[in-house]
Design a protein around this ligand. Structure first.
Ligand SMILES: *Cc1c(COP(=O)(O)O)cnc(C)c1O
Length: 376
């Protein structure tokens, strides 16, 4: 059956109607009696609340298997450590999510796995970075906070040609806007804390991919732990039912807000892949179902301008994270990228006045009106 994602979100994987229950009940038990069936234990990631998600998440990206995890970082670190062994080498995009950047530069390095950062938009530079021990390549579908969309098709082809495992952090795009494994990535990773759950009330992650590689991640996480508990599984499954509805709304509201802001005379720049002015707009339009709910802006004028704007806005909350139903805003220079030196931030293109907005599902007229009054 070839159902649309709207239908998959409701029905895929929901095979055990326990006692006829329409919703999978919460199995608040750490282990299960067993005789000949495999040992069921929460850390092994094979309890009913986990398995319904594992089945559903695989279907959403057209993959063989999926594994729900205790956080996005568990998915990322577990997948990386299942692919790379000490002495091996990783190629990683040069603008990683802060937590991932921190991991590859510290713990991963301590374990004897080396990394080279590369420009995922300059294919002619990739070959020269390959070493005999290069095992994997890692990118993000849309980068934070400048919303860059790299040459994803080129990355898949390069990985296949050079026998590398390709990994992608697909959190910003979600399976609604981009089916990374169907597009050829070996492993697609998500912070389900964000859009997949969508309600800013749990922390969770996902690994999606082919049977063998997901199995290896599962083995790694049996050692490291980091399984998602049954109650959070229940909330994630409930949140995911509306992923398609929410993403359509995020896509259209963010686009409307981006257009409004781009035309505003106090705004110096809007970073949003849905705008024709975005350098990878054509690519994003070709590869993605929609452009997502994340955008960043720079204001004309001094630093005061952005702090004034934050003070005056009534609807968006000034809080980290993203992907929830409510609009959120952060200043990357003093949050996600505070660990970089001012020079490093300048090189990365992250100005002090940059404001990142996670556009929620409030009515676009209300959000636009709020920005209009705040920019006055
Ligand atoms: C939030 C986030 C993560 C980390 O996920 P957690 O659920 O907080 O562990 C990884 N990648 C991206 C792109 C994120 O936004």
């Amino acid at each position: 059956m070839n159902h649309a994602i709207d239908t998959q979100l409701i029905h895929a994987g929901e095979t055990d109607r326990v006692e006829g229950a329409v919703r999978m009940p919460i199995f608040q038990t750490a282990m299960f009696e067993h005789d000949d069936s495999p040992l069921r234990y929460i850390r092994y990631n094979n309890t009913p609340n986990q398995e319904v998600l594992n089945r559903k998440l695989a279907v959403l990206e057209g993959a063989e298997e999926a594994l729900v995890t205790g956080s996005g970082m568990t998915a990322i670190t577990g997948a990386i450590l299942s692919v790379l062994k000490p002495g091996e080498h990783l190629l990683a995009q040069n603008s990683l999510y802060g937590g991932t950047h921190g991991f590859v530069c510290t713990l991963m390095a301590d374990l004897g796995i080396t990394v080279s950062f590369f420009d995922a938009d300059a294919p002619d530079t990739w070959q020269s970075l390959l070493q005999t021990n290069t095992r994997a390549i890692y990118v993000e579908s849309i980068t934070n906070p400048l919303l860059h969309v790299c040459d994803l098709e080129g990355i898949v082809a390069f990985a296949q040609a050079n026998n590398l495992t390709s990994l992608i952090d697909n959190t910003f795009a979600t399976p609604f806007n981009y089916k990374a494994t169907a597009a050829g990535f070996d492993l697609s990773l998500h912070s389900a804390t964000k859009y997949l759950n969508g309600h800013s009330d749990i922390v969770a992650g996902v690994i999606v991919g082919n049977r063998e590689q997901v199995y290896q991640s599962r083995q790694t996480l049996k050692h490291l732990g980091g399984a998602l508990d049954p109650h959070a599984c229940f909330l994630l499954n409930r949140g995911m039912q509306t992923l398609a509805l929410r993403m359509r709304q995020h896509n259209s509201t963010a686009l409307a807000l981006a257009k409004f802001l781009e035309d505003h005379d106090k705004v110096a720049h809007v970073y949003y892949p849905g705008l024709p002015s975005h350098p990878q707009h054509e690519r994003a339009a070709r590869l993605f179902e929609g452009f997502g709910g994340m955008l960043s802006i720079e204001l004309k004028g001094e630093l005061d301008a952005v702090t004034d704007l934050i003070d005056r806005l009534r609807l968006p909350l000034y809080a980290p994270s993203l992907g929830g139903v409510e609009s959120l805003m952060t200043r990357p220079a003093i949050s996600s990228h505070a660990g970089l030196t001012p020079e490093e931030r300048e090189t990365a293109g992250i100005r002090d006045s940059l404001l990142r907005i996670s556009v929620g599902i409030e009515h676009e007229d209300d959000l636009i009106a709020d920005f209009k009054q705040a920019l006055h």
